[in-house]
Ligand binder design. Sequence first.
Ligand code: HEC
Length: 161
Amino acid sequence: MTSGTAVKKISLRLMAVLLVIFIAIQFIRPDRNISGQVFQTDISKTYNIPADVYTLIKNACYDCHSNNTNYPWYSNIQPIGWFLANDIKNGKAEINFSEFGSLSKRRQISKLRGIETQIKNDAMPLPAYRLLHKEAQLTEEQKELLINWIRNTRDSLSLNR
Ligand code: HEC
């Protein structure tokens, strides 16, 4: 046997092993973040939020910051689904728009400030997510719309604290 065929044999075996691992991990599926309901504490019920602003937040933020993720087909492929589940877990730990109304006013104000900073710095939505979701690529006008709403809401919260 020449060394060439030995290498071929090893790499075929390696590919077979990788394929088996890939198939095996498909069965380890993370829990889905789909509550199927709009909570009474949802930000849309907490504030008088204009439809266009709400649509922006829903399209750009809800997949990782609410109790209802709209899963893309490739989330069924592991490990992509695991990465997404991790983003959702960490995202919801920071902000959950489905439960925004359950925070104290002081916390709401501070969260709104954080949201403004993230949008201004183009830090949110996460860059990888933006690549795959056209509706999450906010234009300058859309960012301005969001930031204006956030500022007004923050101001009104500070006034009647
Ligand atoms: C793909 C998932 C994903 C999307 C979409 C997303 N986020 Fe996040 N967000 C995260 C994760 C994960 C964290 C936790 C911190 C980190 O890993 O950067 C986070 C953290 C945050 C924080 C706290 C950051 C800090 O360091 O204080 C804010 C504010 C935030 N997100 C706002 C938003 C807003 C507003 C949108 C929509 C315009 C959005 N996010 C969309 C995943 C996401």
